[in-house]
Design a protein around this ligand. Structure first.
Ligand code: FAD
Ligand code: 2HG
Ligand code: ZN
Length: 508
């Protein structure tokens, strides 16, 4: 690929950092000329659909938040954001874009971590933030239907008043949309208990690129009639349709929640603690998370963290139980913790005594992403593998970077290699903070890491998706014939390739 035609290195000042354009930072992308450049006639047409207040056009200040991703790592150049309020408006927009061959980026809460939610060039952003109404709730079955633009935390709070909860939870809950969660097949902190969205989502409403409204808003738990088309949209990252509505099975909100933190000496012991938690806590276990001490040091660097424990340990394990009988759950958790300490598996253990202590314990785990984001640069990997390999991956990456001369000395470009994640799901978040975004560091990490993951028969993207960060590496996790079939699906559903171009599937 040739270098982008935009030759001037434009910098754009956001709140804290200066974010270069993605196409300047990662040369090699080129705008595909098959996509039409916007004209004033197009903008007038869109205005006729969404009205004056439903669009942002050529206003750099207002466009900035839609062009720049959460990490301040990717920045596109869209001149137009559309904010439809109804499914029909989404349909009218896509129909026109398809006819005119105007490229589109669907956007939810823009908290994605793989650059999928922002444009590269001048793609039109279709933001779902104006579609945020709850449609129905059945308190017998616990089935919720809602617009795709509802914020996850708002849905959870709304359900909370009715004694229910959302079956997924993540650090970005205050901003991410349920539609974005489906589009990325987000996993999060409680997947170990409530399972993946492939199981809890019962139906979707989506608009295809040609404007067809696919109404599959089933509220049935059982429905074996034909191909389960909704599954194709879960994790499709805005490449085959815009999700406008969702139907989801929500569990009862547990009345007794307990949170504990363990200090552990080795990853072997983290695994032992996990194995035992499934035996002793079994049906009340709702989260089993870990972070290493290096990750904790980065958290402390950026937070005024009062210590939860007196000493520090190589690894920390966060355990949450959710049940309906406080005394019973407390007894189970205390016995488990006592056993962990007696058996020498945990060196220390703390159980939160009230909600504020629970929040403090969760705050460290959930705050790691934000803390790492405050480092000058961070290479972020979201991979899955057998649980036993999780820490090997961190250690081997440290060695590899050290041998490559990028880590271990005061003047090394890499600050640290840290690991944390969802142990219960075999999901490691490997983060490598660095003094700057340095191509030599990136060349050392990739494809070394993907080869390593592939050897373990793991996945190069466990829960964050592919976006623009991982699409070229898909073959490390999927066979040639699977990728070919994926490309066939894409071309059938989006023959003009207008939806989220340059991303998700390999372009090379
Ligand atoms: P966006 O970022 O706006 O979009 C993500 C992708 O989905 C893009 O490709 C976009 O085009 C597409 N998309 C969005 N909405 C739609 C729609 N309605 N129809 C079709 N396509 C659409 N992820 C996890 O899996 N687990 C975690 O624990 C987790 N924790 C996080 C913690 C923090 C602090 C942050 C910042 C992110 C975290 N994430 C996590 C990543 C991110 O929050 C999730 O991927 C989330 O599901 C994205 O939702 P969103 O609404 O922000 O989508
Ligand atoms: C989490 O589990 C998120 O906290 C973000 O998936 C992971 O920061 C990351 O790499
Ligand atoms: Zn995660």
């Amino acid at each position: 690929m040739t270098r982008s035609t935009l030759n001037t290195f434009r910098l754009y000042a956001t709140g804290k950092k200066t974010v270069p354009l993605t196409v300047e930072k990662y040369p090699g992308f080129q705008r595909d000329d098959k996509y039409k450049k916007l004209t004033s006639t197009d903008v007038d047409y869109f205005r006729s659909i969404v009205g004056d207040t439903g669009l942002i056009y050529q206003n750099e200040d207002d466009l900035e938040a839609f062009n720049t991703d959460w990490m301040n790592k990717f920045r596109g150049q869209s001149q137009l954001v559309l904010k439809p309020k109804t499914t029909q408006q989404v349909s009218d927009i896509l129909k026109y874009c398809n006819e005119q061959k105007i490229a589109v980026v669907p956007q939810g809460g823009n908290t994605g971590l793989v650059g999928g939610s922002v444009p590269l060039f001048d793609e039109v952003v279709v933001s779902l933030q104006g579609m945020n109404q709850i449609r129905s709730f059945d308190d017998v079955s616990g089935i919720l239907t809602a617009d795709a633009g509802c914020v996850l935390e708002s849905l959870d709070n709304w359900l909370g008043e009715k004694g229910f909860m959302m079956p997924l939870d993540l650090g970005a809950k205050g901003s991410c949309h349920i539609g974005g969660n489906l589009a990325t097949n987000a996993g999060g902190l409680r997947l170990v208990r409530y399972g993946s969205l492939h199981g809890t989502v019962l139906g979707i409403e989506a608009v295809l690129p040609d404007g067809t409204i696919l109404d599959s808003m089933s509220t049935l738990r059982k429905d074996n009639t034909g191909y389960d088309l909704k599954q194709l949209f879960i994790g499709s990252e805005g490449t085959i349709g815009i999700i406008t509505g969702i139907s989801i099975l929500t569990p009862r909100r547990p009345s007794a929640i307990h949170v504990a933190l363990l200090g552990v000496d080795s990853f072997e012991d983290v695994q032992k603690a996990f194995k035992q938690s499934r035996i002793q806590l079994s049906e009340i276990l709702s989260a089993f998370e870990y972070y290493d001490n290096n990750a904790f040091q980065i958290f402390k660097k950026h937070n005024d963290a009062r210590s939860i424990m007196d000493n520090e340990y190589p690894f920390y394990v966060l355990i949450e139980t959710s049940g309906s009988n406080k005394d019973h759950d407390e007894e189970k958790l205390n016995t488990y913790l006592e056993d962990m300490m007696t058996d020498g598996i945990a060196q220390d253990g703390v159980v939160a005594q009230d909600e504020s202590q629970s929040k403090r314990i969760w705050g460290v785990r959930e705050g790691l992403t934000e803390a790492l984001g405050k480092e000058p640069a961070v290479y972020k990997y979201d991979i899955s593998m057998p649980v036993s390999k999780i820490n090997d991956c961190v250690l081997e990456m440290r060695d590899h970077l050290e041998q490559g001369g990028a880590f271990g000395k005061p003047d090394s470009p890499v600050i640290d290699v840290v690991g944390y994640g969802h142990v219960g799901d075999g999901n490691l978040h490997l983060n490598i903070p660095a003094k700057s975004a340095d191509p030599r560091v990136l060349e050392l990490i990739e494809p070394f890491l993907f080869e390593w993951v592939s050897k373990q028969k793991g996945s190069i993207s466990a829960e964050h998706g592919l976006g623009i960060s991982k699409n070229q590496y898909l073959s490390y996790s999927k066979s040639e014939s699977m990728i070919k079939l994926m490309k066939t699906f894409k071309s059938v559903l989006d023959p003009n390739g207008i939806l989220n171009p340059y991303k998700y599937l390999p372009t090379k």
